[in-house]
Design a protein around this ligand. Structure first.
Ligand SMILES: [Zn+2]
Length: 74
């Protein structure tokens, strides 16, 4: 995926930023809990084509650098 293209893409529902899942080849909107497929390097930004993420997937947040708080885990 082209990084510049990625930066331009927003969720068609909430206009929020999408997160590229390289492993699955999907663009995810965690706000809506939808994962948009990428077919032949072309993102399919259609709600009806999007996969609904399961709850665990939605809750899973990858902490960014600086977010990690050593010792904060309970
Ligand atoms: Zn969205």
């Amino acid at each position: 995926m082209d990084k510049e293209l990625l930066a331009m893409l927003v969720c068609p529902l909430c206009q929020g930023k999408l997160k590229y899942d390289r492993q699955r080849g999907e663009l995810k909107c965690h706000f809506d809990g939808l994962a948009y497929p990428i077919r032949d390097d072309i993102p399919v930004m259609l709600e009806e084509e999007a996969r609904v993420m399961d709850v665990d997937e939605k809750l899973h947040k990858r902490a960014g650098p600086g977010d990690a708080q050593p010792g904060a885990a309970s």
